[in-house]
Ligand binder design. Structure first.
Ligand code: AMP
Length: 215
């Protein structure tokens, strides 16, 4: 499947993407995960992106588009992909439409995962992420804690609170989402490409996607 996942930070895009990859071998492409890997590696891209990310600001569209143009042409995308955290602005969505045309990709739909704000806030404040850039497993101190506090079950690296998941950075990220990313819902709706799912539970989102794609 070739699906764009929309939704506020903490809506569950990453969890849904991971569950969907198991269905048909499509790959999860999370721009946040790629960028965090670049920051850890202190690559040129990582050094440029780091300040924006720490502040909870968006990384400039030009950097993101260059990165995604390469990523979408890698052979593992042929089976399908779940875009998680991209596009994030109307200019990125317009550039993606152009890029899809240029490299001959037709996508299935954009899915908006609609979760109430109080649940989003609670999830983000209690989320822990594995700091190993090749793992980045997600935990929640209340609902899904690692077996050993602070240690990733999967790879043994530290499970930490991300620097952009302090209360201040979270409220800034949510404001940025409302201003810059939420308009994408209308963008894809106008193109007749939107499925909106009101769900706090990832399984319900998966079922709605399977239904729509007759999987
Ligand atoms: P995420 O893990 O998706 O919440 O992304 C973490 C951070 O990476 C965001 O707060 C942005 O600073 C940056 N980021 C991720 N995806 C994008 C994107 N498509 N455009 C701009 N910045 C992004």
């Amino acid at each position: 499947m070739k699906v764009i996942l929309l939704g506020a930070p903490g809506a569950g895009k990453g969890t849904v993407a991971k569950l969907l990859t198991a269905l048909d071998g499509s790959v999860q492409i999370s721009t946040g995960d790629i960028l965090r890997g670049e920051v850890q590696a202190q690559s040129d891209l990582g050094k440029e992106a780091e300040g924006y990310m720490k502040a909870g600001d968006l990384v400039p569209d030009s950097l993101i588009m260059g990165m995604m143009e390469k990523r979408l042409q890698q052979p593992d995308c042929e089976k399908g992909f779940l875009l998680d955290g991209f596009p994030r602005t109307i200019p990125q969505a317009e550039a993606l439409t152009e890029l899809f045309g240029k490299i001959g990709i037709t996508f299935d739909m954009a899915v908006n995962i609609d979760v109430p704000k109080d649940i989003i806030l609670d999830r983000l404040c209690t989320r822990r992420t594995c700091e190993n850039p090749d793992c980045q497993a997600i935990y929640n101190v209340k609902s899904n804690p690692p077996k050993v506090e602070g240690i990733c079950d999967k790879c043994g690296a530290k499970a930490i609170q991300r620097e952009d998941e302090t209360e201040e950075a979270i409220s800034h990220r949510l404001a940025t989402y409302n201003e810059k990313t939420a308009p994408l819902i209308g963008f894809y709706e106008d193109k007749g490409m939107l499925l909106s799912v009101e769900a706090v539970n990832s399984d319900a989102v998966i079922e709605a996607i399977k239904d729509k794609l007759s999987l």
